[in-house]
Design a protein around this ligand. Structure first.
Ligand code: AMP
Ligand code: MG
Length: 322
């Protein structure tokens, strides 16, 4: 998945601790081997390679689960989250480190390949089919959160009671932390060493952050980053980061990306009725705006659990919709 895994277990029994750490790591390794876009032999790479051939590709049950779940989230977010956005991400070059604004014709043909509604998934046996050549599945916006949930479940099954899993900034916990709670610092989108906020994770909670600092390029002073609005094919430019607190890792990962795409106003409406969910948007500074404090918006039913530090100008979803 192109990132680092960090698992912490608080446990008196050495054997249980070791078994739990291994189980967590194995669960993530297993999903990585199925879902990674970086591996030539993963289920996802094989499905993408067969796109447009008419052939069904046999996959592991977990892969079919991931596809079905992603399509459900795509439906629920009206396509703001879309696991088929890959060809457009590729056109912008974020993963090649040679990013540039694509020629309109290239962008148009890549956009024509987006469409979660066209992904086919079936069971007994588990299989997936993409109808058009060039279509691709990309679980970059959900896979890490999903793997956090799998790692926590595996560690629990191996006997651990107090576990924290951090997979590239997707953080999930089970049981109480070393001092009862799990205060997690959220990374400032411009000063990585300074958390700009703290969120209190409780049993089963997870938090994920999507940022414009992860994969991006700058052209004429404008930052183009890796989260794409599937309706336009263009990177979202108004947001620097979104952190989402949710009852599990999968939802927090999907939400961080989705809320980045839909922005503050639609995002506030989207999470208003989701129990246990909270989000904080950090708005992108304007071009040349380097000395002004960044603005943050906090919202969602669990908003009280996110505490933003004094370095930012904070408002709430209530202010935003008023
Ligand atoms: P995250 O860091 O979880 O927000 O995931 C970002 C990654 O998800 C990007 O690098 C792309 O591979 C992919 N992606 C970008 N835009 C979208 C989108 N609108 N829906 C789903 N995946 C996306
Ligand atoms: Mg995400």
């Amino acid at each position: 998945m192109g990132t680092m895994l960090h698992v912490a277990v608080w446990e008196a029994d050495d054997a249980v601790a070791t078994a739990s750490l291994r189980a967590a790591r194995d669960a993530v390794t297993r999903l990585d081997s199925l879902l990674s876009n970086y591996r030539a032999d993963s289920d996802v790479t094989r499905v993408n390679g067969a796109a447009g051939s008419g052939e069904w590709v046999h996959v592991a049950e977990e892969t079919a689960d991931m596809v079905a779940l992603s399509l459900e989230f795509a439906r629920e977010t009206s396509g703001a989250f879309d696991p088929t956005v890959g060809p457009v991400v590729d056109t912008w070059g974020f993963y090649r480190e040679t990013g540039a604004i694509p020629p309109p014709a290239a962008l148009d043909s890549a956009r024509a390949l987006i469409g979660w509604q066209r992904v086919e998934v079936a069971r007994d046996p588990a299989r997936v089919r993409l109808p058009a050549a060039g279509m691709r599945l990309d679980f970059g916006a959900i896979g890490k959160g999903y793997a956090v949930d799998a790692a926590l479940a595996a560690a629990r099954a191996a006997g651990a009671r107090r576990v924290m899993v951090d997979l590239g900034g997707n953080i999930g916990v089970t049981g109480g932390g070393p001092d009862g709670a799990w205060p997690i610092g959220l990374r400032h989108p411009r000063y990585p060493e300074l958390p700009f906020a703290v969120v209190d994770l409780q049993e089963g909670d997870a938090v994920a952050t999507s940022g414009d600092y992860e994969r991006f390029f700058v052209h004429d002073g404008v930052r183009y980053a890796h989260i794409i609005d599937p309706r336009t094919g263009w990177p979202v430019q108004e947001i620097a980061s979104v952190s989402a607190l949710a009852p599990n890792g999968t939802i927090s990962d999907v939400l961080s990306t989705t809320l980045f795409v839909v922005g503050v106003e639609r995002g506030c409406a989207l999470i208003a009725d989701l129990p246990g969910v909270a989000a904080v948007w950090v708005l992108a500074p304007g071009v040349g705006e380097t000395d002004t404090p960044l603005r943050a918006v906090v919202g969602g039913p669990a908003a009280h659990r996110i505490e933003v530090g004094s370095g930012l100008v904070v408002s709430t979803c209530d202010d935003a919709v008023r």
